[in-house]
Design a protein around this ligand. Structure first.
Ligand SMILES: [Ca+2]
Length: 175
């Protein structure tokens, strides 16, 4: 093989490596879209982005944030154990935020005291939860692979789930 042929062969090989989609479980980030206008209020979820690194960060993009809006993210960190969420982190636009462990979808098991922040960006119409790793670890396990389900609503209005009601995103591995 000539030098040029070897070079081309190695370029093709490296391009092939780059273009192969990596296994989803190895990605530290994931994002998924949600249909526009499936609810008729501004908290309408458009996109959810998850980053599972030193901090666990979920960013939700809405149609147009509302002052009476609220948003929450259910979190599952136990692939082997059950389908129900392990945690719920949530906030209202103005008056509060909560981080709770969950015994099932509808049953908060009590609030957890650990470091997390919430942020609302009114110009970008995003809400963001940034959670310390140790918040996600349990008494008997260390959280690595995580999946989420986001839900947003307004006072007296319907809620918008992403990716769907009581449905989970793909698993996002620890980066
Ligand atoms: Ca939506």
């Amino acid at each position: 093989m000539t030098r040029a042929a070897i070079l081309i062969a190695s370029l093709v090989a490296s391009c092939a490596l780059v273009s192969l989609p990596g296994p989803i479980a190895h990605a530290a980030t994931a994002s998924f879209g949600d249909p526009a206008d499936d609810v008729a209020h501004g908290m309408d979820v458009r996109r959810v982005h998850v980053r599972n690194e030193d901090r666990f960060v979920v960013t939700v993009r809405h149609d147009a944030l509302q002052e009476d809006g609220s948003v929450g993210v259910y979190i599952d960190v136990t692939p082997q154990r059950r389908r129900a969420p392990d945690y719920l982190v949530s906030m209202n636009m103005f008056d509060g935020r909560w981080f709770e462990w969950m015994s099932s979808w509808g049953e908060p098991g009590g609030s957890i005291r650990c470091p997390y922040t919430t942020r609302t960006n009114w110009s970008r119409n995003t809400t963001r939860f940034s959670i310390s790793r140790r918040c996600l670890n349990g008494a008997s396990f260390e959280a690595t692979t995580v999946r989420v389900s986001a839900v947003a609503g307004v006072a007296d209005g319907p809620v918008d789930w992403a990716p769907g009601a009581f449905a989970w995103s793909q698993w996002v591995a620890r980066g």
